[in-house]
Design a binder for this molecule. Structure first.
Ligand code: SF4
Ligand code: SF4
Length: 324
């Protein structure tokens, strides 16, 4: 039995590969992107989140915590996150559903059974299952067991990765993967380190390793590149041109999409529930013009223009007008 830690499953997803998909969000990520849209997926450990709006102030949780991590202040419940072990006892006794434990341990067999329940959707839409996160390659045994099991049942698979892992891990997962969703955030190594906490050298060498696999494999996976468009971080003309020309030079003919994913701020409340600050909390969505500019720059970067696709919500025109 192979065990892994996940956050949750997202059914009926249309954003993590073709067709209708069920996406498994793994817990734990090796990067620390300043703009991270899934802060609950960064730590590999279970975490407790508190919904202020649901709390009725009964203080039942304070008694239940075996480590005395909970206290009440004028601004609500305080969780000592250094001492919290993520045991979930507080969430179990909360009568209002105001505490939730993020992260559960599950066996690959159990999760596979869950994923197979959506087979009808996969077959009707050309979809499948996607491993995402967090970072699936941080749990290679679990990811391999899932991907292999899905393929044994004839389910299409996708691996959504930040690319920071060992070549050996890729070699274990790629044979069972039909689509690789590979993030390239910044091409400049120093900027990549500044914004994500790690250089991109290993990431780029892994991309070339995947290319090598694609060229040798009998049934190679498709490869989509994804770039999050983050204002003042990744969305500059310089960065988009650099990524586009890198893809054109090294991966011409091997990738079938370069997706530009517009910044979104939907995760703002998630940071609050985890007791975290977020530097991007006050930033609005991009305007349609800003997104179109990024798409245009990417299309003129040297890569086949029809491979570039800009996705994501933009600011409503009336909001843009009222700001000007
Ligand atoms: S998860 Fe466990 S250790 Fe953490 S606050 Fe709740 S009861 Fe305490
Ligand atoms: S048990 Fe739930 S409702 Fe009661 S104080 Fe704790 S978080 Fe609030």
């Amino acid at each position: 039995m192979t065990l892994g830690r996940i956050l949750h499953l997202q059914r009926l997803s249309t954003e993590d590969g073709p067709g209708i998909r069920t996406t498994v969000f793994f817990k734990g990520c090796p990067l620390r992107c300043a703009w991270c849209h899934n802060p609950e997926s960064i730590s590999p450990k279970p975490q407790t989140q508190w919904f202020a709006v649901r709390c009725i102030g009964c203080n039942t949780c304070l008694e239940a915590c075996p480590n005395g991590c909970l206290s009440r202040g004028a601004d609500g419940l305080h969780i000592d996150r250094q001492r919290c072990e993520g045991c979930g006892k507080c969430a179990q006794v909360c009568p209002a559903g105001a505490l939730e434990l993020l992260g559960r341990t599950v066996s690959s067999e159990e999760l596979l059974r869950e994923l197979l329940k959506d087979r009808a959707y996969y077959e009707a839409s050309g979809g499948g299952a996607t491993l995402s996160g967090g970072e699936p390659t941080l749990q290679p045994d679990f990811a391999e067991a899932l991907l292999r099991g899905l393929k044994e049942h004839g389910i299409s698979t996708a691996l959504d990765t930040c690319g920071l892992c060992s070549e050996q891990t890729l070699d274990r997962l790629l044979p069972y993967t039909d689509l690789v969703l590979f993030d390239i955030k910044l091409l400049d190594p120093a900027a990549h380190r500044r914004f994500t906490g790690a250089s991109n050298e290993r990431i780029l060498s892994n991309l070339l390793h995947i290319l090598d696999f694609i060229r040798r494999a009998e049934r190679p996976p498709a490869l989509w590149i994804r770039t999050p468009l983050i204002p003042a971080a990744t969305d500059s003309d310089e960065n988009l041109r650099a990524i586009g020309s890198y893809l054109a030079e090294h991966l011409d003919g091997a990738i079938s999409r370069w997706e530009l994913c517009a910044f979104n701020n939907l995760c703002r409340d998630q940071y609050t529930r985890l007791g975290l600050e977020w530097d991007y909390a006050g930033l609005p969505l991009m305007t349609a013009e800003e997104l179109a500019r990024c798409e245009q720059v990417a299309r003129s970067s040297g890569l086949r223009p029809d491979l570039v696709l800009a996705t994501g919500a933009t600011r409503a025109p009336q909001l843009v007008e009222s700001e000007s």
